[in-house]
Design a binder for this molecule. Structure first.
Ligand SMILES: C[S@@+](CC[C@H](N)C(=O)[O-])C[C@H]1O[C@@H](n2cnc3c(N)ncnc32)[C@H](O)[C@@H]1O
Length: 317
């Protein structure tokens, strides 16, 4: 990951406060990026951090962290849906906190050659892990209807059918190989209604989320987190899209309401819910943070704490 482009951690203070970091405990930073959260956690108290990132470029920053924090910092290059496996590999039983800061980092967006940006020209790549099908392979092969559905569902884009039709027409004349080419196809076929965002924003977001399987990763990451958090352990999730926020909210509610007896036992001495929701409404960035870091404007932080009840999804074997 290119350090030249700085990633300003979003909702950092709020996340740190919610994690209730204590000496001697283990925390997981499921989305290491440039390590903004990990560093703040490690500096706050004498604790340990297992950081995860699917982007192999994160290893460069992680190597420096290993030198700076020695046996308090561990890094795994992989998907956070596999947290349970990683925790077992390190022989950690449970952890006192897990934090997710979803989406892509600024360096990923700001390097044209990663293919995430409609503002910078580059190859159509968009793979966080640099593995699997590229956006170029996808966009030149996918069926029109499937593409339209993806752009509609993951991008909330009302012009999805028109965009998919134009992509398919253009690619029959010439393969689509660059981000600038794709951005221009989209720009030329949607009306200029919303001047605040680039017309290709939603299409790029949808293709990125689809290629990186971000919805399934989030669902499995949350399930894994619920399994390995110790009682009173904290779970914090920062998301940037309404689709993600809805999944997190529903997951929290499902774990918090799995309590058939709680309606009749007000003191909740016997209840089966595995999470307690701390943020009834998500925490949003302050105006000051948005002014300082435009990228934070759509961020939402949700926080829950693990109860003493068994995991809803089965204990770690
Ligand atoms: C918004 S950035 C995190 C920034 C970080 N909090 C910081 O302060 O530097 C999100 C990071 O999560 C990683 N990521 C996204 N989805 C992932 C997944 N399913 N598994 C592992 N890492 C993922 C991305 O590669 C990216 O580096």
């Amino acid at each position: 990951m290119n350090n030249a482009s700085l990633h300003i951690p979003v909702l950092l203070e709020e996340t740190l406060n919610a994690l209730l970091i204590e000496d001697g405990e283990f925390y997981i930073d499921a989305t290491f990026g440039l390590g903004g959260y990990s560093k703040a956690i490690l500096q706050k108290n004498n604790c340990k951090v297992l950081a995860i990132d699917r982007d192999p470029e994160a290893e460069i920053i992680a190597a420096q962290f290993k030198k700076d924090f020695k046996n308090r910092f561990f890094f795994i290059n992989g998907n956070f849906s596999e947290i349970v496996k990683f925790v077992k590999m390190l022989e950690i039983e449970t952890v006192a906190g897990i934090t997710f800061d979803l989406g892509v980092s600024s360096p990923q967006l700001d390097q044209g050659n990663r293919g995430f940006s409609f503002r910078l020209d580059g190859p159509l790549d968009m793979r966080m892990s640099k593995k699997g099908a590229t956006a170029e392979e996808f966009i030149n092969q996918v069926e029109e209807d499937t593409l339209a559905n993806i752009i509609y569902e993951l991008g909330d884009e009302v012009f999805s059918r028109r965009i998919a039709k134009n992509i398919v027409r253009e690619r029959s004349a010439q393969s689509i190989t660059s981000t600038a080419q794709l951005a221009s196809i989209v720009r030329n076929c949607v009306p200029k209604i919303n001047h605040k965002i680039h017309p290709a924003t939603k299409t790029f977001q949808a293709i990125r989320m689809y290629l990186n399987d971000e919805i399934s990763e989030l669902e499995h990451g949350l399930i894994a987190a619920e399994k390995i958090l110790k009682p009173n352990g904290m779970l914090t999730v920062v998301s940037f899209h309404s689709i993600e926020d809805r999944i997190i909210k529903k997951f929290f509610l499902k774990c918090a309401k799995n309590s058939p007896t709680s309606r009749y036992l007000p003191d909740l001495t016997y209840s089966a819910h595995s999470l307690k929701i701390i943020t009834k409404k998500p925490i949003l960035p302050s105006e000051e943070e948005i002014l300082r870091n435009k990228r934070s404007r759509s961020a939402k932080l949700r926080v829950a704490t693990r109860t003493f009840s068994p995991s809803l999804y089965g204990e770690v074997a």
